[in-house]
Write a protein that binds this ligand. Structure first.
Ligand SMILES: Cc1cc2nc3c(=O)[nH]c(=O)nc-3n(C[C@H](O)[C@H](O)[C@H](O)COP(=O)(O)OP(=O)(O)OC[C@H]3O[C@@H](n4cnc5c(N)ncnc54)[C@H](O)[C@@H]3O)c2cc1C
Length: 375
């Protein structure tokens, strides 16, 4: 069978792209090494934060708002609750770029944002003990996405629209010739008019087969759940959070229906080869000591470690994404390097990828994510 489009990697970005392409009538084949959603890449662990006023740069705000609109649409179409509007509390020193970007984004885009000094934060959320000098920026309209359920929802809809999803099948070879794409797995070969490479931490290896060497750095990350006082940390009263402290950047989630408080460290992590087994949670001493120290300092009414997991970030040098067409092939779109903050955007990235394949352009401004910035 000949396809209009093949998507390599049906994870966060790829599954969303598969949904939009099949909805627009494209004969789409999605291929994944595992059975998405799964726990081998970058999209597991129950929850992801979605923020709109964006610390990483104002250019992300229109994308975040469009992504939120598309998540709301997905909830309506499927009848599933995928988003919890817990609000997000961003904490840091007032003068940092992260906090200043959040404040200026909220002004430019008229986003609701409450700026609180440390004592106001501690008063509003008695589960937090924030020292003086830090401030909190609380965005009440943002919150939490149930990440695996989002991917499942796009998968169901893509299949309903006629997409073929080939699971537990790794793509080994790919080539582009005469405006046709050929990809091979262990025992099969497929052809299509166009290709999307959205293979997360594995994208670098695949793209090198199309003569494209991107500066992608896969990194091992850890996160864990802790028993916590439900009175203080339950999701109806306590927000998702991101803390830029002098001892590292941490993020986390309130306890959802007794899950415990989930926390992870955003900065740091060891570079890994995604083709090899990653060390499990707890194999490095700092896996637990970092998180416990953070909770001890800022959320001391938490208790025992329940369990932890490992996951992968795919970092670019500037930690901005790569969303672009291949410089030599206008029928190959690429989405990678989401640098630990991409999930919230996967709905809109799926739409952008599908637009790039269908019309060669997107309504969204994706110039900041172009490949030629690395030249
Ligand atoms: C611990 C952690 C916490 C995070 N927290 C947040 C957050 O709060 N908010 C936020 O917005 N983002 C967050 N992120 C980042 C976000 O989850 C990622 O940016 C996003 O999931 C990346 O999506 P992806 O599609 O690139 O990768 P993935 O979702 O991993 O998808 C890639 C897919 O490609 C497949 N694949 C790879 N190679 C091949 C091959 N050769 N053949 C076939 N298939 C292949 C893989 O099996 C996989 O399914 C977090 C990430 C981690 C790890």
């Amino acid at each position: 069978m000949h396809y209009d489009v093949i998507v390599i990697g049906a994870g966060s970005m790829g599954m969303a792209a598969g949904y939009f392409l099949s909805k627009y009538g494209k004969r789409t084949l999605l291929i994944d090494s595992f059975n998405p959603p799964h726990n081998k890449g970058s999209h597991h662990g129950d929850t992801r934060i979605i923020r709109h006023a964006y610390g990483e740069g104002e250019e992300y705000v229109p994308l975040a708002l469009k992504a939120q609109e598309l998540w709301n649409d997905l909830e309506k179409v499927t009848g599933k609750q995928l988003f919890l509007q817990t609000g997000v509390l961003n904490v840091g020193y007032e003068k940092t770029d992260f906090i200043q970007n959040i404040i200026s984004s909220s002004k430019t885009h008229l986003l609701p944002l409450k700026i609180l000094d440390s004592s106001a934060v501690n008063k509003q959320w008695p589960g937090i003990t924030l020292p003086e000098n830090y401030i909190g920026c609380f965005e009440p309209t943002s919150g939490i996405l149930k990440c695996e359920e989002c991917i499942e929802a796009y998968r169901e809809l893509a299949e309903q629209h006629g997409a073929t999803i080939l699971t537990n099948t790794k793509v080994k070879e790919l080539s582009v010739h005469d405006e046709r794409v050929t990809i091979s797995t262990e025992d099969q070969t497929f052809n299509a008019d166009a290709l999307i490479v959205s293979a997360g931490a594995w994208s670098g290896t695949l793209l090198s087969k199309l003569d494209l060497n991107l500066p992608l750095n896969p990194v091992r990350k850890t996160f864990a759940w802790f028993d916590a006082s439900e009175d203080l940390y339950n999701y109806r009263d306590f927000p998702a959070f991101s803390f830029e402290t002098s001892h590292g950047i941490y993020y986390g989630f309130p306890s959802i229906d007794g899950s415990g408080l989930k926390v992870g460290r955003h900065d740091g992590g060891e570079t890994i080869n995604p083709e090899e087994a990653i060390r499990g949670f707890g194999e490095l001493e700092e896996d637990t000591t970092d998180l416990k120290q953070f909770l001890h300092n800022y959320m001391p009414f938490t208790h025992q470690l329940k369990y932890g997991k490992t996951c992968m970030y795919t970092l670019t040098p500037d930690e901005d994404f790569i969303i672009d067409l291949h410089p030599n092939y206008s029928n190959v779109a690429i989405a990678s390097g989401f640098s630990g903050h991409g999930f919230k955007f996967s709905s809109v990235v799926g739409q952008i990828l599908s637009d790039l394949i269908i019309s060669g352009k997107s309504e969204q401004n994706i110039t900041p994510f172009s490949i030629n910035r690395f030249k």
